[in-house]
Ligand binder design. Structure first.
Ligand code: PLP
Length: 360
């Protein structure tokens, strides 16, 4: 068995320890005589799994009691509709467009109300985060929306926007649990888990209780109504049981590693190795404005599409997988989520140095 260094943007690398533990428990989960995949979501064993997962996430993120934690399905993209359907009272919302994911969310929200883009970095291929200190926020805005870490373009909000008192909603799919977060600054934090936490199919929604309404927009499906899911503790219907089980294991792994402060230190160390190399390289160049660089997704180019392709192919042959940039931007991207070990980044940089020496 040989594991590769997997730099995929998502689904992405998971801690080896977690995978081994899940493998050990595959046929007989703790004396139940069955796999977690095979058990009732109403069973005692699963009840413990989902409750512990929630409790561990609450501890890790220091989630206040007046926030609900929901384990839902449909990925992050399903929330692009659920958010306006549940949060729009005035049918007004302001979006900050810093990449494809916020743009998709913006376009979806337009179906439901009067939605405005109050800032955008599209003019420079989303290579920076716009100044959000004094935006033209609508007096009636039900919320202000951001994508906090831009998976495709490799930018991250280092400072949250000034929402002028309006509710902040953030898609944190690709920076979930990568560093400490002050939950009280948000109305809703949500993310698909397949970037930094677990298997695709689970989306976690952390929502302040006063935003959970009995009266979402007319026509909102029962399943997309936060109140349905909150009242049923995420068990209105069969939840993505196995995915939640793996998320729970990853939460325990992060706790064991020292929590989110330790994750941040680990992620900063890894990102620095790669950015420091990119900053002095004569062949490779990072594509993002320095102050807005993501710790999780690092896009880079050589400036020559053929050479990029050669690099990706040779890297793959050497055991560095999924370094090709997103299909819409080209070049390369190394996603270095929580579970990517430091030596994965060190070895990648060694490989890049060697490639540079041979291709200068
Ligand atoms: C991957 C990703 C999504 C889409 O997630 P799905 O679960 O595939 O819907 C949305 N937002 C961000 C920031 C992402 O990285």
């Amino acid at each position: 068995m040989a594991r590769v260094y997997n730099f995929s943007a998502g689904p992405a690398v998971l801690p080896e320890e977690v995978l081994k533990e899940a493998a050990d428990e595959m046929l007989d989960y703790r004396g139940t005589g069955m796999s977690v995949m095979e058990m009732s979501h109403r069973s005692k064993a699963f009840d413990t799994i989902i409750k512990e997962a929630e409790q561990d996430l609450r501890e890790l993120m220091n989630i206040p009691d007046n926030y609900k934690v929901l384990f839902l399905q449909g990925g992050a993209s399903q929330q692009f509709a659920a958010i306006p359907m549940n949060l729009m009272k005035n049918k007004v919302a302001d979006y900050i467009i810093t990449g494809q994911w916020s743009k998709k969310a913006f376009q979806e929200a337009k179906k439901y109300g009067n939605v405005k883009a109050v800032a955008s970095s599209e003019d420079k291929t989303y290579s920076y985060i716009p100044d959000c200190s004094d935006l033209d926020i609508d007096d009636d805005a039900d919320y202000v929306y951001i994508c906090e870490n831009n998976t495709i373009y490799g930018t991250k909000f280092k400072e949250l926007p000034n929402t002028k008192g309006k509710t902040l909603v953030a898609d944190v799919s690709s920076c979930f649990l990568s560093e400490p977060v002050d939950v009280t600054k948000y109305g809703v934090i949500y993310g698909g888990v397949q970037k930094n936490i677990g298997p695709a199919g689970v989306v976690i929604v952390i929502i302040r209780e006063d935003l959970i309404t009995d009266t979402p927009l007319e026509g909102t499906p029962t399943m997309l109504t936060y109140k349905t899911q909150a009242d049923a503790d995420s068990l209105y219907n069969t939840p993505p049981c196995y995915g939640i089980y793996i998320c729970g294991k990853v939460f325990k792994w992060i706790k064991k590693m020292g929590g989110l402060e330790a994750m941040k230190a680990h992620n900063e160390k890894k990102a620095k190795i790669l950015y420091d190399f990119l900053d002095q390289s004569e062949l490779f160049k990072g594509t993002v404005v320095e102050k807005d660089r993501s710790l999780m997704n690092v896009p880079f180019v050589t400036g020559d599409a053929d050479l990029d392709a050669k690099f990706v192919a040779e890297a793959k042959a050497a055991g560095f997988e999924n370094l090709k940039g997103h299909r819409t931007v080209g070049g390369m991207r190394a996603s270095i989520y929580n579970a990517m070990p430091i030596e994965g980044v060190e070895k990648l940089v060694e490989f890049m140095k060697d490639f540079e020496a041979k291709n200068k």
